[in-house]
Write a protein of this length. Structure first.
Lengths: 229, 229
């Protein structure tokens, strides 16, 4: 396995649950787009040597200007899977390890990026950061009746970046017909073991308006570490 | 079924994940204890006619002073189940419907309390408010390896208040040896159907420090509706 690490960020979605009209990835957070924050975190890892972003096709130039010359921006596809596949193909040939990261996790700490990449480099073909769940989870049927309560201590909420050997992720994405909930799910379907490592609370996904409130509040409370906010 | 509705709040826990030393329920939020906010929401429902709080045994008097004369405060037990059982027994005899509510969900809207109570009164023996999950969830084994990805559209995160016919909840709690993850889980174990209704984002549980930041930020952003903050 080539040990050069690249990262792809599918950011072509609209993020309708967030409201406001702007494509989700470009929503500002304390004045700077979520996508920019997410990409900067990836670039701040000494392990990551290339970042490819899949942007809405009409906004490739705008996104390129926002992110600057160190990042390759490609037109994304209709669905997240399409965008990941396109971005994956745009990585340099000698990238052997790929991180897939959500633009909507703008407060992800750099040390989590390093931990995921390091665990793949240590020989795990697929690595995901996870956290225990706060709420009890129920399985329900189509009528909203509770079917089952899975034991909470066996459940984990999955975050990003998720890390993969590039050949494994490419094989996973070659199967177009798999039902996709996440990248690791595709890899699991191949029978490849998926390893979990501890996630980070700050890596929460900005999905609903309250998540924006939390992200802004955390940024307002935090001490700037690098002169940037 | 007697249609008088009561609510119990088990608030004897320490909430160690939150840090800070104060019992979790008494942690202030924009200046007022979480427990007080949660109880006020219950009392603001026209359907709820009695509230019983299980407090840490050494703090029964303090909690009684905080909550005022309209609320019955009883010494809680070692575990949450014990506190619920004690509070349940302390409700008036003619209470036929019981809501069990977390003190740690201080921003729960009153309309959610009404919705849960109304659905029980409409003939559903057990009712829980739920929300879809934001993150993909994995089942893992003891080594942290992913075992399975349950389909996300069949999973729901459970909130409170949870509503029950009192006889059903009493029967559920009579079985001391059941593994408990939540009140509805005990009822499911009896074979009683559990109905889900839409939850509310604001009803999130304050578990980790970031949850406190979010709750404070939401309170700071909200327009006071009743002169109280």
């Amino acid at each position: 396995m080539n040990s050069r690490v690249g990262a792809v960020v599918p950011a072509a979605g609209r993020g309708e649950r967030l409201g406001g009209g702007t494509p989700k990835a470009l929503r500002p957070l304390a004045g700077r787009p979520m996508l920019l924050r997410a990409v900067e975190t990836l670039l701040s890892s000494t392990l990551v040597s290339q970042v490819v972003v899949a942007a809405p096709p009409t906004l490739v130039d705008v996104v390129g200007q926002i992110l600057g010359s160190g990042v390759r921006v490609v037109p994304g596809g209709a669905e997240r899977v399409d965008s990941v596949r396109i971005a994956l193909d745009a990585l340099d040939d000698d990238i052997g390890v790929v991180l897939v990261h959500d633009a909507a996790r703008p407060l992800t700490p750099a040390k989590l990026v390093d931990a995921v990449a390091t665990t793949v480099l240590d020989g795990h073909p697929a690595v995901i950061p996870v956290l225990p769940l706060t709420d009890t989870v129920k399985e329900i049927d189509a009528e909203g009746r509770v079917v089952r309560t899975p034991p909470r201590d066996t459940l984990r909420a999955v975050q990003t970046p998720q890390g993969f050997r590039r050949d494994v992720l490419r094989a996973a994405y070659a199967n177009r017909d798999l039902p996709v909930t996440d990248d690791a799910g595709l890899v699991e379907a191949l029978g490849v073991p998926v390893t979990t490592i501890p996630g980070a609370e700050e890596a929460f996904k900005v999905t609903r308006p309250a998540d924006l409130v939390l992200a802004e509040a955390l940024l307002a409370n935090s001490v700037p570490r690098d002169g940037q906010r």
